[in-house]
Design a protein around this ligand. Structure first.
Ligand SMILES: [Zn+2]
Length: 85
């Protein structure tokens, strides 16, 4: 029996945002880990996340909070970027 492998592992780059699928996430995480990135523990849900999955807002304040936990304490508007002329 040959385990079914998606060929997506080569399509991920260190620093890429995490994919949605479970298997895809593990392939992605393997790329991140091999690139030297390390997971940090979210202070809210206590789960471990790679930097791309953590809220940049809260990381800057010193508290490590993941994206799902971040918006609760720091409301984020979808249109956060400002257009500058
Ligand atoms: Zn969290």
């Amino acid at each position: 029996m040959t385990p079914i492998r998606l060929d997506g592992i080569d399509s991920y780059q260190p620093g890429d945002p995490p994919p949605d699928g479970y298997i895809e996430w593990h392939d992605w995480a393997d790329v991140q880990r091999r690139a030297g990135l390390r997971q940090r523990q979210c202070e809210a849900c206590r789960l471990w996340y790679y930097p791309q999955e953590l809220s940049g807002e809260t990381v800057r304040t010193g508290r490590v909070v993941c994206n799902p936990c971040g918006p609760k304490s720091h409301p984020v508007t979808p249109t956060h970027t400002e257009e500058r002329s």
